[in-house]
Design a protein around this ligand. Sequence first.
Ligand SMILES: [Zn+2]
Length: 123
Amino acid sequence: MHELSIAHNVVEIASHAANEAGINRIQAVHLKLGALSGVEKDSLLFCYEIAAEGTRLQGSRLEIDEIPVAIYCPHCDDILPLPGVQALCCPRCGTSSADIRQGYELEVISLEYESSDEPELSL
Ligand SMILES: [Zn+2]
């Protein structure tokens, strides 16, 4: 399964970062997920639990920040987020544009962990 290998990757990245920072118990992993990343959110959440089992991330949450597709519209001279991925048209003026500027993201952005002073680690 595609999502399972991605989930393993996320766990690996987070574990490595936690190791470097000397963090034992991670509460949550924050991930940016673009609408065009080809990854299904629910499937990834499910696979995350499997991938995290037996690691220091076991029992932690995967917080997914969904990033919409955004295109550059030459007519508006602006970057606009799209309501969906069906049509690559400017939501303001309707000009079609294949100049995608956002939506392929798939990255771990930060970790949440138990600490009194700095409960978040940015990656
Ligand atoms: Zn436009």
